[in-house]
Design a protein around this ligand. Structure first.
Ligand SMILES: NC(=O)c1ccc[n+]([C@@H]2O[C@H](COP(=O)([O-])OP(=O)(O)OC[C@H]3O[C@@H](n4cnc5c(N)ncnc54)[C@H](O)[C@@H]3O)[C@@H](O)[C@H]2O)c1
Length: 358
């Protein structure tokens, strides 16, 4: 079991990574508390039962609310269901919400906690690789608006996060690939040795070897935690975590959230961002090739050649949040393990980066 501390001015917390994490010692913070468990309907029933049993034993009141996770359900209606349950069951300001599920469940549970009675505590049990390495850490909580993803939200940090590798064994391969996009992103922006380790160990991760999984999850969380600790509200350095996401979110929208998953969009977005890095920062072709190889290995079913309509993609970028005034923000790489923020990029270079995937 590993512990990673997210060091913040006011609300520091620990992320526990390992196996068999549901036990009385780990959950002692819930003793005699009113608890609402918000759970993703696709989490395996054994795990749900395990956690519910523990919560019933320890808490003063434990209710469960199951949600159907999809980007269309990550909305005010689902948020209202959670709030209504809390109000109907007379949960006090002292209650604790628990989110057990993928990134959608983590984001919506966090936002429900941020907004119920002006803010109550919450704990996360992320159940996808993506939510363990990314969505559960850092305190970004949100729901979607019909006109944009994650448009309504708040910064609200969890009080503890449990990334249990056991829960990943039921994940479909595509969800492992989705999580690996963020894992590769962390290595590319911050740690060349981690990138080299991934080149050697990716197969062990995709075959769900628990030691390799635990190492990768811990390493990724450490990278994210360090960045978030320096810039909780994304005024500067935290933007580095958006590497591949300016293009990626535009690709997700381009495919109407159906053709490309978030992880696939980020994978393609990172390739475009690295091509841009070649133009802007003399990022080496040799490094781009290494990254492309790793991205393809992590996403074996994804076709990396795509002829996107560049005008549409650039238009999609302009509705995204990754803007400073009128300028688009891009994260580009100087080399593997070193990223920087850029805003004043010539449109012709953006088009060239988009077309590099043809
Ligand atoms: N807050 C943040 O910092 C942050 C960062 C990255 C992504 N996100 C958000 O996270 C969401 C994506 O997260 P995701 O990729 O986890 O998607 P998700 O929550 O939709 O989960 C993916 C799928 O896996 C299923 N699932 C979950 N756990 C499972 C398990 N153990 N076994 C089998 N199936 C399981 C889910 O039901 C769902 O069908 C997006 O909405 C994105 O905006 C937030």
């Amino acid at each position: 079991m590993k512990k990673v501390k997210v060091n913040l001015k006011n609300n520091s917390y620990k992320v526990i990574v390992g196996s068999n994490l549901v036990n009385e010692e780990n959950l002692k913070i819930l003793k005699n508390k009113e608890v609402l468990l918000v759970v993703d309907k696709n989490v395996p029933s054994q795990y749900k039962e395990l956690i519910t049993k523990q919560l019933i034993n320890m808490s003063s009141c434990c209710q469960t609310l199951e949600i159907k996770p999809s980007e269309t359900n990550k909305n005010t209606k689902t948020l209202d269901k959670i709030h209504s349950k809390l109000i109907e069951e007379r949960y006090s300001r002292d209650c604790i919400l628990i989110g057990l599920g993928g990134g959608i469940t983590c984001d919506i549970t966090g936002f429900a906690a941020a907004t119920y009675q002006r803010g109550v505590d919450f704990i996360l049990f992320p159940s996808t690789l993506l939510s363990q390495v990314d969505a559960s850490v850092g305190g970004k909580t949100a729901i979607n608006h019909p006109q944009g993803k994650n448009m309504i939200g708040a910064f609200h940090q969890p009080i503890e996060v449990f990334a249990d590798v056991d829960i990943l064994s039921s994940l479909p391969d595509i969800e492992i690939s989705n999580g690996l996009s963020e894992v590769i992103k962390h290595a590319l922006i911050a740690d060349k040795d981690y990138f080299s380790w991934l080149e050697i160990n990716l197969k062990n991760i995709t075959s769900l070897d628990s030691t390799s999984l635990e190492h990768a999850i811990t390493k990724s969380i450490e990278i994210k935690a360090k960045i978030v600790s320096e810039d909780e509200k994304e005024k500067g350095i935290r933007k580095l975590l958006n590497f591949g996401h300016t293009f990626g979110h535009a690709i997700e929208l381009y495919g109407k959230f159906r053709k490309f998953s978030h992880g696939q969009s980020v994978a393609l977005g990172m390739l475009m961002a690295m091509e841009l890095s070649r133009e802007e920062e003399k990022f080496k072709e040799e490094d781009l090739n290494r990254a492309r190889e790793l991205i393809q290995e992590a996403n074996p079913t994804l076709n990396l050649s795509n002829n996107f309509d560049e005008e549409k993609l650039i238009e999609n970028m302009s509705v995204d949040k990754k803007r400073a005034g009128n300028q688009l923000i891009f994260i580009i790489l100087e080399k593997i393990g070193k990223a920087k923020i850029k805003t004043d990029i010539d449109e012709s270079k953006i088009v060239k980066a988009i077309k590099s995937l043809v």
